[in-house]
Structure formats: C-alpha cells, structure tokens
Ligand binder design. Structure first.
Ligand code: AMP
Ligand code: ZN
Ligand code: FE
Ligand code: FE
Length: 286
C-alpha cells in the first residue's frame, strides 16, 4: 500500500523542520506523497519540491489559511496551488504582515504582565514571514520564562488568556475563491477539532472541494463520520498529521496515513478542471 501525509508545517511557518529535514523524515516513513501546508505561505514549497523529486516522493503544493464562516473559525487547506499566482501571493502577504503585528501585540501584553520577553528574540527564533503563537511559546521557554510550551499556552497564549490576540481571518468564501483562482483545491482542515459541522453545507455551496477526514486529533469514529459527510456532499477525502516538527511534543509526520488513491482522486480533479478551463479566446480574423 502507498500512503501520503498531506498536512505538514515547516520552518517557513510554525514547524521546526526545514523542508529538507521534513523530506528526510518522509523518506524514513516511506511516504509516497506529501504536501507542505504552512500557515499563510507557500515559501517552503520550492525547496520541498526539489527534495521530494530527489527522493522519489510526489510533492503537492499547499497552504493552510485561517478563515471564517458565519463568525465561526475554519482552517482551509489549499492544494495544487500555483505558487507564483500573483493575486494569491498578494493576499497572503497581507496576512503575513498581520501575523507579524500580532507578535508585537502578544509580546506587549506579556511584558505588561511583568514578564521580560524581548520581541526581537521571538522574531529571531521565528526567522520567517509567517510567525505565530508557537514561536512566542518557544521564545518564552528559551528565555526560561516558562517551563515548557504547554505552560506558555496555558498561562498566556491560549484563547481567553491575557496575551491571546485573535488572528486575522479571511472570509471562507473569499479563501475558497482565492485558492480556486490559483488553480488549487480547497479543503476543510481538521473538522473534528472545531466540531462545526453546521457550516459544511455553506462551504460546499461556496465551492469546497474536499474535507480532511484523517487527522492526528480525529478518533476513528470521527474519521468515519467525516468519510460519510465526504460521501454525502461528494467531497474529496484528504488527511495528514499536522506535523509541526518539535514545536509539539514529537514529530507527527507519517503518523496519519492517507491511502494514495485519495491523492490520485485529487490529481484527477485538478487535471479535469484545468482541462475544462476556458482557454484564451482565439483572435477574430478581420
Ligand atoms: P496561531 O496560528 O499563531 O494562532 O498558532 C496556532 C498554532 O499553535 C497551531 O499550530 C496550534 O496547534 C498551536 N497550539 C495551540 N495550542 C498549543 C499548545 N497548547 N501547545 C503547543 N502548540 C499549540
Ligand atoms: Zn501551526
Ligand atoms: Fe489548523
Ligand atoms: Fe496545520
């Protein structure tokens, strides 16, 4: 059997692996295909594609966008995107800027509590355009200001804690459209984490292509539940570990095994769509 892991983060957002390290782990796990899905960026895709090619692994471009539908947060994965698409790049650059501003805001709040975290230490550690809460947590650990990552989230960073700052969210409709115009497939990430099934019909109406049935935090019952939903709404089935390297307890890559036939169905959908896309109108002879 061939397997894929289609939800992986690298150092280009809040994962700890470089694309090279990630692919080396993928080789160890015998993955046939993988996708890099960094938050609000596709920067790691070039390097990962090159490493995958050398390793004989199929590479799929990806990203993870934070969106909202009826005020409910939903993470949307984009796959098979054209990573040079100008509109897509312009849009995600805005979200990267907001993420950087949010780091300043979170650290200011932590400082207001009398905790002397240096904002520059967070940016130095993150060393990417798309920083997030895990970078603040790691910087707190590194400075000896908390004992471990969970401590940082529990005390300061999780929702409702004093340094929690909401993240900018694109409308789900706009996100799906943005992914589509970049040639990609739009997939609802880890629906079992948020348990907001009521928004699925609306997302489907907006053009959702797939749903992440297999995820580290999905129980077997949840995976089955979402497989039924995929069937009901004719959605593609995807899955991945949501590996963040050592940003979480242990590297999760390869722990979720998506059957390769799901990747083949995704590829076929993309190909059919590209084939059906209207070509530039032929010049009218004068
Ligand atoms: P952000 O995108 O900046 O809101 O950060 C979200 C990231 O923080 C996701 O990758 C989460 O999985 C991660 N996260 C949330 N809670 C924790 C926690 N208790 N320990 C480690 N990572 C966490
Ligand atoms: Zn993350
Ligand atoms: Fe997510
Ligand atoms: Fe993720």
């Amino acid at each position: 059997m061939k397997f894929a892991d289609l939800h992986l983060h690298t150092q280009f957002s809040d994962g700890t692996f470089s694309p090279e390290e990630l692919v080396a782990h993928a080789v160890q796990h015998g993955l046939a295909a993988l996708a890099v899905t960094d938050h609000d960026t596709v920067e790691g895709c070039g390097l990962a594609a090159r490493e995958c090619e050398a390793a004989g692994i199929e590479f799929i471009t990806g990203t993870e966008l934070t969106a909202e539908f009826n005020d409910i947060e939903v993470h949307l994965l984009g796959y098979f995107l054209d990573t040079q698409n100008e509109r897509f790049l312009a849009e995600i650059t805005k979200f990267q800027t907001v993420r950087q501003q949010r780091i300043h805001e979170m650290v200011a709040r932590i400082n207001d509590l009398g905790v002397p975290l240096d904002v520059n230490s967070v940016f130095a550690l993150a060393n990417c355009k798309s920083p997030g809460r895990p970078h603040v947590a790691r910087a707190l650990v590194k400075a000896g200001l908390v004992r471990h990552l969970d401590d940082a989230f529990e005390r300061y960073l999780k929702k409702g804690r004093p340094a929690w700052v909401p993240k900018a969210r694109m409308s789900a409709l706009d996100s799906i459209q943005l992914i589509h115009q970049a040639g990609g497939l739009a997939v609802m990430a880890h629906p079992g984490l948020n348990r907001t099934d009521e928004i699925i019909p609306g997302l489907v109406a907006a053009g959702l292509d797939g749903i992440e049935c297999f995820h580290t935090k999905h129980s077997t019952a949840m995976a089955e539940h979402y497989l039924e939903i995929a069937d009901k709404y004719h959605l593609l089935v995807t899955g991945g570990s949501d590996c963040h390297g050592y940003s979480k307890a242990k590297p999760l890559i390869g722990s979720v095994k998506l059957p390769y036939e799901c990747v083949e169905k995704m590829t076929a959908t993309v190909m059919a769509r590209r084939h059906a896309a209207p070509t530039a109108p032929a010049a009218v002879p004068s």
